[in-house]
Ligand binder design. Structure first.
Ligand code: 9UX
Length: 69
């Protein structure tokens, strides 16, 4: 299933890598697709084998150093 989360604060490819790696570490996550809007709010599509809670996604995004818009 897919969940879209809006992440703010990312400005470059390294930011994208950090968020991607953190979200990929969540159980069941198969892929993470970030549509970078540098300096703005970037939609991030997370594809997983199970339903992810908003809370765990938000925690992972914050762990990477960014925030959910
Ligand atoms: Mo470099 Mo992206 O500090 O925030 S990782 S711009």
């Amino acid at each position: 299933m897919q969940t879209t989360v809006n992440v703010s604060g990312m400005t470059c490819g390294h930011c994208v890598m950090s968020v991607t790696e953190e979200l990929t570490g969540l159980e069941g996550v198969e892929s993470v697709d970030v549509d970078l809007v540098a300096g703005g709010v970037s939609p991030v599509v997370v594809t997983s084998t199970r339903e992810l809670s908003e809370d765990e996604i938000e925690k992972a995004v914050e762990e990477a150093g960014y925030s959910v818009a």
